[in-house]
Design a protein around this ligand. Structure first.
Ligand code: C5P
Length: 225
């Protein structure tokens, strides 16, 4: 393990005590941690105000905005007081929405979400997308590029393809150390993801379920292999 590995921990719980525990127990000299808060926590009773008070951490609001340009812009303005470092919008919101979002984001980096890592070829067909996953992700990466977004979310399986046309940060969820993939379909291990060129990994359940300290140690052992 050469440089410090960068990992966003998905703080996926509506429960503040659990989220506090996750933040407290995820420190390690070999890893640079950021914290990702999704719809589950930001919509919980006290989640938003909790995030607004966090200091000196890299914060990622996984809002996954998917809407018309006007609503995207208003949403980004409405979350400005949180001063988050990163915020997500679905690339499928369209070029106009992406450009408008980037324009009002200020210092918050806008991440374009491509095809969800929980979808495989079969699931994509079900929702009417006929292109193969890699081609679709590549197509969306081109759009993210055109809109001058700061980062892109894709699966680690597509990083090498995306890297050819998208030169900024690449963030990859769907990271697994074991065969338990839960609901994720396009998965890779942390080492494979970094090898392919991911800048940040997003890891939730493999860290937060069970004993967090032991999970981190397992992860570090894997990274040191
Ligand atoms: O628990 P797990 O490691 O699967 O968590 C992955 C996290 O990344 C979840 O919070 C999920 O919402 C998020 N995510 C994802 N796939 C995307 C975008 C975000 O899994 N394409």
């Amino acid at each position: 393990m050469m440089k410090k590995n960068k990992i966003f921990v998905a703080c996926d719980s509506p429960n503040i005590s659990k989220v506090k525990e996750i933040i407290k127990k995820t420190s390690h000299p070999k890893i640079k941690f950021g914290y990702k808060f999704g719809l589950e926590f930001l919509n919980s009773k006290n989640g938003r105000s909790f995030v607004s008070k966090i200091k000196n951490k890299i914060i990622f609001a996984d809002l996954k905005i998917h809407d018309i340009p006007n609503t995207c812009v208003s949403t980004i303005k409405a979350i400005k007081d949180l001063k988050v470092n990163y915020l997500t919008i679905h690339i499928s919101s369209g070029l106009e929405a992406l450009k408008a979002s980037k324009k009002v984001a200020g210092r918050t980096k806008i991440i374009g979400v491509s095809i969800l890592t929980s979808l495989n070829g079969q699931a994509l067909k079900e929702i009417g997308f006929n292109k193969e996953v890699k081609k679709l992700v590549l197509h969306q990466a081109q759009l993210a590029n055109k809109a001058k977004l700061d980062a892109i979310v894709c699966s680690a399986q597509e990083v090498s393809v995306v890297k050819k046309i998208f030169k900024k940060e690449i963030i990859t969820p769907g990271i697994r150390l074991s065969d338990n993939t839960n609901d994720q379909k396009r998965v890779l291990t942390p080492n494979q993801a970094y090898k392919n060129g991911s800048d940040w990994l997003v890891i939730g359940r493999p860290i937060t379920k069970g004993n967090i300290k032991k999970n981190i140690q397992k992860l570090v052992n894997h990274l040191c292999k």
